[in-house]
Design a binder for this molecule. Structure first.
Ligand SMILES: NC(=O)c1ccc[n+]([C@@H]2O[C@H](COP(=O)([O-])OP(=O)(O)OC[C@H]3O[C@@H](n4cnc5c(N)ncnc54)[C@H](O)[C@@H]3O)[C@@H](O)[C@H]2O)c1
Length: 253
């Protein structure tokens, strides 16, 4: 069995998930990334191996909207690498819907992936971490867990619930040596918001936060890797906003 610590990253084929996988591999962890598209996952593994000499990284196709895929992804990490020490739940889809156009299907599709998928992966990981007596679970929320944007009722509800789930899991799992935190990014330059960034003017983007710029995936990844490795055990149940001050500022006319 491996002596390396082992991390699973959902949504590891792009953006913050991919950058986190790379940061964790650079920190010496064996990493299993999950996502829906085989080709994107293979490409992501190639990128990480090219950037991090000696990186141990593999992939598995896993749609976190499907409960059986959540369990299978975590099981594969344990089978392949011998343990699971860290879970990062970065998988999410973002399909804006005006509240007047909200349907049961649109609501469920979003909540099934963003909330239930994160929870089921975390529960599957926690069951194995309990047996090992240690583990770190990092749930990716969003500033939308605290503030809203147009057409995001479903996504914002899911991201707010993730903040709550991080608290509840931290409470239930403390006795097993498992720390659970949530990370709430502000706007970060990834494929998820590419359309919005393209439509925005440079002035819009400057007004987005006091730093007057988007976050970089690597900035989030560095912090996520810290939570996974060097952060004190005493840090659990908290949500850390990594948002360039986006939730600190009120818009001015
Ligand atoms: N980019 C931002 O501005 C921003 C802001 C706040 C929070 N976030 C959160 O950060 C996380 C990472 O997003 P990102 O910005 O890197 O965008 P991204 O689109 O690059 O990453 C999301 C990944 O999740 C995958 N995914 C989508 N549905 C899935 C499913 N059903 N099963 C498995 N994988 C699935 C996508 O294919 C993609 O690889 C998400 O949870 C997102 O909600 C992003």
């Amino acid at each position: 069995m491996s002596e390396r610590s082992v991390a699973v990253v959902t949504g590891g084929g792009s953006g913050i998930g991919l950058a986190s996988a790379q940061a964790l591999a650079a920190a010496g962890l064996a990493v299993l990334i999950g996502g829906r598209r085989e080709e994107a996952l293979e490409d992501a593994c190639r990128q990480v191996r090219a950037a991090v000499p000696g990186a141990v990284i593999e992939h598995r196709v896993a749609d976190v909207g499907r409960p059986e895929d959540c369990e299978a992804l975590v099981a594969e990490a344990a089978d392949r690498f011998g343990s699971i020490d860290v879970l990062v739940t970065a998988a999410a889809s973002f399909e804006p819907v005006h509240i007047l156009d909200m349907t049961a299907d649109a609501w469920d599709r979003c909540l099934d992936v963003v909330l239930r998928g994160s929870v089921l992966c975390a529960v599957a990981a926690a069951r194995r971490m309990r047996d090992a007596g240690h583990g770190r679970i990092i749930l990716i929320s969003s500033i939308n867990g605290a503030v809203s944007e147009p057409e995001t009722a479903h996504y914002s509800a899911a991201k707010a619930a993730i903040i709550s789930v991080a608290r509840s899991m931290a409470v239930d799992l403390a006795e097993h040596g498992i720390a659970v935190t949530a990370v709430a990014p502000g706007w970060v330059d990834t494929p998820m918001i590419a359309e919005f960034v393209e439509a925005a003017t440079p002035e819009d983007l400057r007004r987005i936060n006091p730093l007057a710029r988007l976050g970089r995936p690597e900035e989030l990844a560095g912090f996520i890797a810290y939570l996974a490795t060097d952060a004190p055990d005493f840090l659990t149940g908290s949500t850390l906003f990594v948002d360039g001050g986006q939730t600190a500022i009120a818009p001015m006319p």
